[in-house]
Write a protein that binds this ligand. Structure first.
Ligand code: 5AD
Ligand code: SF4
Length: 477
């Protein structure tokens, strides 16, 4: 389907009717007691945001939420397919639900998310886990109430995947997990087909949300006291490509940034091939835009980048990074890296190390390559043994640890604006984050959670800062 054919539909009234019907069924089953749902989310923030929609629909259907699956009436795992390890965890944890189903046969156990869009996985679940009653993929989220209703009334197993009509649905009731830190999806899907990545296959093509809807949602979040809003997309830099009216990501960012209020605006993930100078200039001039750029480079070797189908080289990556460093004071850079891509040699890997040293990242998300069924890389020769890849991986962690420690040590003595997020679990200690997304631990009253504070950095321990508040702020900073 051509990009221009992507249409935006509102969540149909029919789905709200199903939510009402679910509420009625559960009221009878529970004899007036509130039904309870347990939702576990694996993987990225996009999945977290999807779970918040599911929770919104469940709350609308009368459900309350529990932190444990033991006494739940409905259990849902929202799964991730990006690496084998994530999938193995899901299989292990689903297996453990068998006993709960035996004790409470009325319970409905459901699986959704990226894993479920893969045929071989859905088949495996169907055969090996007969107690799983409902399975649906990312493309079926917009009619989750109908699917849930069908499994509740028919008592039959409902499996649905591959229902990609390339449409974008709005109007979900959302129940956000946090009260001052929240996710705001601006687009779904990905068109990039990096050769190692399963995402385009399980999340479909890029679809950008309407700018006006995003602006209204952002304004509502700010109005409701959200202090840290992260715009989400697999590749936010290509926001707007399928929309009429020629809006791009930098413009969207500027328009959100112009909303008055006391908040930080973040975004992820940026693809280096589409990261424009206009975006960097927008960050530099922004009022609320955080000084953090997550720009995954995946590999420092041009040969590997080509094999990965990334459409940029080391030179272009450094160009944009150096421009960003020059323009944005105190910029904090983070990245994703894959170690052991098929055919990667130690020489290629050394180029990844040298890029890390050259850039000086605040932190890295590092992954050992994991073959994904159906992706081109899974068919490539992969002669390097896992033990060798593990050694490279350890070497990378060590190099990064030193870089992060130095970056943090350089901040000692400075004053940073910090959003206090919660308790660390140690004594009265709280933890928060800087605009650059660096963790700061400090002693402060619990009443400061959810507020911005000016914090003097007193110490650095590896990649974590220690600090103290000189004067507690009760208003805006
Ligand atoms: N193996 C290892 N890491 C992967 N990622 C995506 N696919 C794979 C894979 N098959 C990593 C990339 C991406 C991050 C979200 O996950 O680094 O940026
Ligand atoms: Fe996967 Fe590449 Fe798309 Fe990111 S840009 S989701 S790594 S295909």
């Amino acid at each position: 389907m051509a990009d221009s054919e992507i249409s935006i539909n509102s969540l149909s009234g029919k789905q709200f009717e199903y939510m009402q019907l679910i509420a009625e069924i559960m009221e009878i089953r529970k004899r007036g007691e509130k039904p309870v749902a347990f939702i576990r989310t694996y993987g990225c923030q996009q999945n977290v945001a999807d779970s918040e929609k599911i929770k919104g629909m469940l709350a609308q259907s009368g459900f309350e939420f529990s932190d444990s699956p033991e006494n739940a009436d409905f259990i849902l795992f929202n799964t991730c397919a990006v690496r084998e390890h994530a999938e193995d965890r899901v299989f292990g944890n689903v297996g453990a639900l068998k006993n709960i189903k035996r004790k409470h046969p009325q319970i409905l156990i459901a699986l959704c998310g990226c894993m479920m869009e893969q045929e071989h996985i859905a088949n495996k679940i169907y055969k090996s886990f007969p107690f799983v009653g409902l399975v649906f993929g990312t493309h079926s989220l917009h009619h989750f109430p109908e699917l849930m209703y069908n499994s509740l009334v028919n008592g039959k197993r409902v499996f649905e995947r591959g229902n990609d009509d390339n449409k974008l649905y709005e109007g979900f009731p959302i129940r956000r997990d946090g009260s001052f830190k929240g996710w705001l999806p601006i687009m779904y899907g990905c068109n990039n087909f990096c050769t190692y990545c399963i995402v385009p296959y399980v999340r479909g093509r890029e679809r950008s949300r309407d700018k006006q809807i995003i602006l209204e949602e952002a304004a509502a979040m700010i109005n409701n006291g959200y202090k840290d809003i992260t715009l989400l997309g697999q590749n936010v830099n290509s926001y707007g490509k399928n929309l009429e009216g020629g809006v791009n990501f930098a413009q969207l960012l500027r328009e959100i940034d112009s909303i008055d209020g006391d908040y930080w605006l973040r975004f992820m993930t940026s693809h280096p091939k589409d990261c424009s100078k206009e975006l960097i200039d927008t960050m530099a001039k922004g009022t609320h835009i955080s000084r953090h750029l997550h720009l995954p480079f995946q590999s420092g070797s041009d040969r590997v980048l080509k094999e990965m189908n990334r459409h940029y080289d080391r030179k272009r990556y450094l160009e944009i990074v150096n421009y960003a460093k020059e323009k944005i004071d105190g910029l904090s850079l983070t990245s994703d890296i894959i170690v052991g891509f098929p055919g990667e040699t130690y020489d290629d890997f050394k180029q990844t190390l040298s890029l890390i040293k050259e850039v000086g990242f605040t932190s890295l998300f590092t992954f050992i390559y994991s073959p994904r069924v159906g992706t081109p890389a899974a068919e490539m020769d992969d002669p390097v043994p896992a033990s060798e890849k593990s050694k490279w991986f350890q070497e990378l962690l060590q190099v990064q640890e030193e870089i992060a420690a130095k970056r943090c040590a350089d901040m000692v003595g400075s004053t940073q604006k910090v959003l206090i997020e919660g308790k660390t679990g140690k004594n009265n200690e709280l933890s928060g984050r800087t605009s650059g997304n660096i963790v700061v631990e400090l002693d402060a009253p619990e009443s400061t959670i959810g507020t911005f504070q000016n914090v003097t950095i007193t110490k650095a321990r590896n990649w974590i800062l220690k600090g103290k508040i000189e004067n507690i702020n009760n208003g805006g900073i």
